[in-house]
Design a protein around this ligand. Structure first.
Ligand code: AN7
Length: 356
């Protein structure tokens, strides 16, 4: 019997061309991002009690985070416009993604990251892809301000989520959730840093509803880290602090649209402590076999928090996005895990360690 090809996934720009701003086919820069799994978390449900929970694992995108969905479109449009260089400020994942897509598109990438504030895996990605990496002796917010100023005067395209094509590309994650579930969930939980992703998902859901593809919209549930929760507190946080370096942001660019997503959907933007984040991070890894990065686990920490408060019910269908891969930040994983046992090459000693 002949093998029939299912056809290769073409990346989010070509797959969702109809729902995105037009871009010339020959300008599309793609690493075949998207089409990420929606995994039912049955073990986690047992651990937290009730809830039909699905994890949208964005860590399996080509550079290991959801940023690739928006980067493919932003870089394709930059190429179409004849731009030779892109620039971003980043807590790590945006810089990793920008560097990879610039490499693929034959463009130059400049990335500004807070010195000492980026997980090892992310920094190594930007470096190996050949970006010019600038470690700013300041915060992410400082770096973003400088990037905005640079793009006013120099011929470089900004690919932070202030670039509207980033949000457009990222909304495809909501399309996939709807297609995989056959509709929208009751609740969608997300970590919130610069607030681009919650903005993008909400736009994606609304567009599918407007087209009549889904009957109802989810409530958007955004979670910041307690030490970096400007939206929850209603004011800029000058010196944000959290173990979840990806969301260590004190003045989010998409602040207003995050509030719109919350208010229009009837959702919440709340916060979780570093302790709650690390607990969820360990639980997802040990119960579900999914290694996400600490910031990603803020979504699951949010599910646990609202489940305990009785807001989320056992019968609700809940999606939590795991935004990035755990391999990005090996240091945090090593720090919270049981240490390996060092033994001489002696079978008796090893068997003893095994507990027999
Ligand atoms: C794993 O890379 O802001 O609320 O510069 O890397 O859309 O900002 C990363 C953000 C969540 C928050 N999870 O998303 C950057 C950057 C992970 C992230 C977020 C980020 P937004």
């Amino acid at each position: 019997m002949a093998l029939t090809s299912k056809g290769l996934w073409r990346g989010v720009v070509r797959e969702y061309l109809k729902y995105l701003p037009p871009v010339k086919d020959e300008c599309i820069v793609t690493l075949k991002e998207g089409n990420t799994p929606l995994i039912e978390a049955r073990n986690l449900r047992d651990a937290i009690g009730g809830v039909r929970l699905f994890l949208k694992f964005e860590g399996v995108n080509p550079t290991g985070s959801f940023k690739d969905r928006g980067m493919t479109l932003a870089v394709s449009k930059a190429k179409e416009e004849g731009s030779a260089a892109i620039i971003c400020a980043s807590t790590g994942n945006t810089s990793a993604s920008a560097s990879a897509y610039a490499a693929k598109g034959g463009m130059k990438a400049y990335v500004l990251v807070p010195h000492g504030g980026v997980a090892l895996g992310k920094l190594s990605q930007a470096m190996i892809h050949g970006a010019i990496v600038v470690e700013v002796e300041g915060s992410f917010d400082d770096a973003l301000g400088i990037v905005k100023d640079i793009t006013k005067d120099y011929p470089v395209t900004m690919v932070n989520s202030l670039n509207p094509f980033r949000i457009e590309g990222q909304k495809t994650a909501a399309f996939e959730v709807c297609e995989h579930l056959g509709g929208a969930p009751e609740y969608h939980f997300l970590p919130v840093g610069n607030a681009g992703n919650i903005t993008a998902y909400w736009r994606g859901y609304r567009e599918y509803k407007a087209k009549g593809f889904i009957p109802a919209l989810p409530k958007m549930m955004g979670f910041q880290a307690e030490g970096a929760a400007p939206i929850v507190r209603g004011e800029v946080v000058l010196n944000p602090k959290t173990v979840a370096s990806a969301i260590k942001i004190g003045n989010p660019a998409s602040w207003k649209s995050a509030l719109e997503a919350r208010d229009q959907s009837g959702g919440v933007i709340d916060m979780v402590t570093d302790e709650e984040i690390l607990f969820a991070y360990g639980l997802v890894a040990s119960r579900e076999g999914i290694f996400c990065e600490p910031a990603s686990a803020a979504s699951v920490a949010g599910v646990i928090k609202l489940k305990n408060q009785g807001v989320v019910k056992d019968t609700d269908t809940v999606v939590a996005t795991l935004t990035g891969h755990g391999l990005k930040d090996p240091d945090t994983a090593m720090g919270v895990s049981i240490k390996p046992v060092r033994v001489e090459p002696d079978i008796k000693k090893i068997i003893k360690v095994m507990g027999f």
